[in-house]
Design a binder for this molecule. Sequence first.
Ligand code: GH3
Ligand code: MG
Ligand code: MG
Ligand code: MG
Length: 323
Amino acid sequence: RAITSLEIGMQAPERSAVSDTGKGGRILLVDDRQSSYERLATILAAEHTIDVEPNPTEALFHAAEGNYDLLIVSLDLNNFDGLRLCSQARSLERTRHVPILAIADPENATRLLRGLEIGVNDYLLRPIDKTELLARARTQIRRRRYTDHLRDNVQNSIEMAITDALTGLHNRRYMESHLATLAEQAATRGKPLALMILDIDFFKSINDNYGHDAGDDVLREFAVRVRKSIRGIDLACRYGGEEFVIVMPETDLHVAGMVAERLRRSIAGEPFAIHKGAKRIEVTISIGLTTLERKGEAVADVLKRADTALYRAKHDGRNRVVS
Ligand code: GH3
Ligand code: MG
Ligand code: MG
Ligand code: MG
């Protein structure tokens, strides 16, 4: 357990929700000299929340668990413990992006050079100036928040580009870009691959009778039931308005048929809630099912075959699976 700022007798400042000032950060200070860490912690506590950990092994554990904005590491620790900590922090997934500010006595200045090589972001030589320490800490924390923000934005736009907004399932673009890869993997590994197209029966009349919002409710609930009935490695997407595609790696026609039949029954057997649960309506689906037939077969042909099977399911009376 790291020594907290409160135990050293200081009040942690409030952490502001939106801050590009670099203030209000969470800092882990790794330093084993009491006179040193007490002074540094007192300076930093004016703007941040500080935890102190004298033991570098413990520090790595805290750094991985503690959600820190900055690590300040003394390279004056015994042996090369400070450098080792910096290097370990850089290689651990959970601490890789946490900036490190190294501090050292001038006699250990060569350790600073080594530190910069292994990914330390900035450094200060002792004796440490109060204003400079605060400024450098703020700079690192500000930069950290900015890159976090960028990373979140990138992740969001990737997700939006591959997700159907109404149902949260993958969209058609994502499915089409991955289907070829899945088909290729199946062929090279000599495994089967099943694909089904699911289409809600008389969906237009749900819209016509209960309104477009009720239709949307059905689509969302349908996606929930689809997600429940497939495995993690299966790929489910909204292919069009009320049409969905499920791709099932390592699944033969027999097993896929059972999955499709179970899904068909789970839809027909339990009415769908619409208008915020005020009403329940019966919904059925038709499913066209097929498998990859040969190595190198075009995925467009696989989709075409599933679509033909779906057409037959509709023609034969709906609420059924055809392969
Ligand atoms: P079938 O049994 O032959 O499939 O009949 P159907 O009525 O389901 O098929 P059709 O293709 O004629 O109608 C599909 C309808 O789905 C038409 C379209 O307005 C509706 N639709 C498409 N996207 C959405 C959506 O996002 N929300 C809602 N509420 N309706 C949608
Ligand atoms: Mg139709
Ligand atoms: Mg339909
Ligand atoms: Mg349709």
